[in-house]
Design a protein around this ligand. Structure first.
Ligand SMILES: O=C(O)C1=C[C@@H](OP(=O)(O)O)[C@@H](O)[C@H](O)C1
Ligand SMILES: C=C(OP(=O)(O)O)C(=O)O
Length: 422
């Protein structure tokens, strides 16, 4: 399906969709806890649905309310899955679920779509091998199988490809009879996601210690059931904020100011670039159009913001450098390349660098045909760029936003965006 976007001004109020990262963690930790946990307002996106199906395949009992706003999970008795677990497009699902499966006595196989099967898994699979798990894979990628349980107590792993490897090892650790020391062999990027993992584990009664070179999970800990209410997703809200900053005046609700999501830095970024920003303590953020200027922005800890930050940069006066995020090349697409490609095709002055891009603005954007590579964040960033382009922007694979933000187009239309499917 294609999405056609025309020049628009957005004005109004909308709720951020539920957090993808919190939902994955809430479903998986509930499945690991012996007893019943209730997850309220989770995200029902394609990625989080893949996680929910997977925990069911691993033996958790899952039920949803008819209104579909609450999921009840009875966990604690997981066993290897007889059928191959399909994580579709979701890196978070396959990596964290592999960390769980590696702790179970027996073999579990995991796979995903073509994009997921081309993303790196080898550092995590090597870590499992170091921990005594038998692994078979297609050249270090999915599909792969793990035969557990873990017998080791210490592991060495790089932290600069994906923080999800670390989240996977930490979340699995309490299922082992041993303690676990995770030694990082490089810098850790996307660190706030590991902090979200540790905070979610704490809610379920498990503590993780931060050490000089990584993390330590003491032994003899058990997950206890805990109810969770999933708050709004700052990464998804970034598209709404950017639409406000570029075209008019948008208020986003359902955002908790104390949430550990690293992508809340987008609000500070908008403010520092010159957009109008007002926040309330109850979690409303209002972003209004203002003259913006270029800046140097380190996205090491917030890589998901890259495509939409690059769109913003095209409207900033002067040079913007986005850097620190070489791991963007391992996402649903090579996001440095796919972002530079679609913005260049719309007329922007953007150059790829190894770990980001350089944009000289302001750039006049023109509507054109945009290739998303099936990547949800490219699709949504291109849709926002289309709001300020001259002429129509025609975006392919428009349904891919259902991975993280199924209601994206409807929410934009309700704010006044001229968008239609074709
Ligand atoms: O743990 C998580 O929930 C996520 C971690 C990040 O990935 P990396 O750690 O691979 O950067 C992020 O890009 C992804 O959208 C969600
Ligand atoms: C990279 C992302 O997710 P994942 O790694 O879970 O596929 C994302 O949502 O942008």
């Amino acid at each position: 399906m294609k999405l056609i976007v025309s020049h628009s001004q957005l004005r109004g109020i909308t709720a951020a969709p539920p957090s993808k990262s919190h939902t994955h963690r809430a479903f998986i930790l509930a499945a690991l806890a012996d007893g019943t946990s209730v997850v309220s307002s989770p995200l029902f996106g394609e990625d989080t649905n893949a996680t929910l199906d997977a925990v069911e395949a691993l033996g958790a009992e899952v039920s949803r309310t008819p209104e579909n706003d609450t999921v009840t999970i009875r966990g604690g008795k997981l066993r290897p899955s007889a059928k191959i677990i399909d994580c579709k497009n979701s890196g978070t699902s396959i990596r964290i679920l592999a960390g769980v499966a590696a702790q179970l006595a027996g073999t579990t196989s995991l796979t995903g779509d073509a994009s997921l099967c081309s993303r790196p898994m080898k550092p995590l699979l090597d870590a499992f091998t170091e921990l005594g798990v038998t692994v078979t894979s297609r050249d270090g990628c999915a599909p792969f199988s793990v035969t557990g349980p873990v017998s080791g107590a210490a592991v060495h792993i790089r932290g600069d490809i994906s923080s999800q490897f670390i989240s996977a090892l930490l979340i699995g650790a309490p299922l082992s009879k041993n303690e676990l020391s995770v030694h990082l062999t490089t810098l850790l990027t996307s660190r706030p996601y590991v902090e979200m993992t540790i905070a979610a584990m704490k809610e379920h009664g498990v503590s993780v210690v931060t050490t000089e070179d990584g993390f330590f999970v003491p032994k003899n800990q058990k997950y206890s059931p805990a109810d969770a209410r999933v708050g709004g997703d700052y990464s998804s809200a970034a598209f709404l904020f950017a639409a406000g900053a570029l075209t008019g005046d948008v208020i986003v609700t359902n955002l908790y100011p104390k949430d550990p999501q690293g992508d809340k830095m987008f609000i500070d970024l908008l403010e520092s670039l010159g957009a109008g920003v007002n926040r309330t303590s109850s979690g409303e953020v209002r972003v209004t159009k203002g003259p913006m200027h270029g800046a140097d922005v380190n996205l090491a800890d917030a890589p998901d913001l890259f495509p939409i930050a690059a769109v913003l940069a095209t409207q900033c006066e002067g040079t913007t450098r986005l850097f620190g995020a070489a791991h963007l090349r391992f996402k649903e697409s090579d996001r440095i390349k796919s972002t530079a490609m679609f913005l260049q095709s719309m007329g922007a002055d953007i150059t790829e660098t190894e770990d980001g891009c350089i944009v000289n603005g302001p750039c006049a954007l023109s509507g054109t045909n945009v290739t998303t590579f099936g990547d949800h964040r490219i699709m949504m960033a291109a849709a926002v760029a289309g709001l300020i382009a001259d002429g129509d922007t025609v975006i392919d694979d428009a349904e891919c936003c259902a991975v993280s933000y199924p209601n994206f187009v409807a929410a934009m239309q309700a704010l006044g965006a001229h968008m239609r499917f074709a």
